[in-house]
Write a protein that binds this ligand. Structure first.
Ligand SMILES: NC(=O)c1ccc[n+]([C@@H]2O[C@H](COP(=O)([O-])OP(=O)(O)OC[C@H]3O[C@@H](n4cnc5c(N)ncnc54)[C@H](OP(=O)(O)O)[C@@H]3O)[C@@H](O)[C@H]2O)c1
Length: 249
């Protein structure tokens, strides 16, 4: 059977590592053309590897000009956009009593404001293609976690965007979903400058997961790609937990 994504054009933020990298490769292996967006050229080049259908774009998505630059690049490279995956994210503990405005503003800017602004800029292209927006939130955004109130709030906010935009955009033919991962083996903690004791503590999250292990980026990427396929066409406003059962525990 022909891969269902053949010829599709996909923009993925945070494609330089972890879940975004796995998603870029999954889409490319299904025949899609991918604009891989991130801050670090080397990481994006590694994501692309020997897959010529992955085009790297180095940009900080919090830059005010970034949303339009991403959309313009998608038009230049592909002539449009069938799917937007808002995957870039930053993570850091914010123990109450020691939350700084810098940390708060940075978490909001990357995890919440940038997906909003990029989605907004992409709407004309997504409307033309009857496209899909996939927001990558987090399973804990539906629950709560000690010392992660700001990160969790950005993810809860992203899920609220998903439900709201699903309503706002349904009649324009655009579907919007969230994929909400549990603990996934990626470099997210190291990428955010967390030291090893902190990394160990956070990785102990997997002890609370019924399946008793961390997930892989590939296991999340599979759902991201499937949501953009035509047989997912009756799904919008959905928050899918890919979390080893954490949210059911
Ligand atoms: N891993 C988990 O356990 C887990 C669980 C729940 C939710 N999530 C969510 O899943 C998403 C992907 O996480 P991951 O685990 O794959 O993390 P990751 O490996 O650290 O990937 C995040 C990517 O976001 C990019 N990024 C960060 N700030 C950016 C900015 N200002 N502009 C452009 N790109 C930026 C990073 O690029 P640079 O390295 O170049 O800065 C990095 O490639 C995030 O939204 C995260 O919150 C992850």
């Amino acid at each position: 059977m022909e891969p269902i994504s053949t010829g599709k054009t996909v923009v993925i933020t945070g494609a330089g590592s972890g879940i975004g990298r796995a998603a870029a490769r999954t889409f490319a292996d299904r025949g899609a053309k991918v604009l891989a967006v991130g801050r670090t050229a080397d990481k994006l080049a590694e994501t692309a590897g020997d897959r010529p259908s992955i085009i790297p774009m180095t940009v900080d998505i919090t830059d005010p000009d970034a949303p339009q630059a991403v959309v313009s690049r998608a038009v230049t490279a592909f002539g449009g956009m069938d799917a937007l995956v808002n995957c870039a994210g930053v993570f850091r503990p914010t123990p109450l009593g020691a939350v700084t405005t810098h940390d708060f503003d940075h978490l909001i800017a990357v995890n919440l404001r940038a997906p909003l602004m990029i989605t907004q800029a992409a709407l004309p292209l997504l409307e033309r293609s009857a496209g899909t927006v996939v927001n990558i939130s987090a399973s804990i955004g539906q629950h709560g976690w000690p010392d992660l109130s700001v990160y969790g709030a950005t993810k809860a906010g992203l899920d609220f965007f998903t439900r709201s935009w699903a309503n706002d955009l349904a009649l324009r033919g655009i579907r919007v979903v969230s994929v909400a991962p549990g603990p996934i083996e990626t470099p997210i903690l190291e990428n955010n400058g967390l030291d090893w004791p902190t990394v160990m503590n956070v990785h102990q999250m997997h002890e609370l997961v019924p399946l008793a292990r961390c997930g892989t980026a590939q296991e999340v990427a599979w759902w991201i790609a499937n949501f953009t396929e035509s047989l997912a066409g009756y799904v919008t406003g959905t928050i899918l937990a890919v979390d080893g059962g954490y949210s059911a525990a």
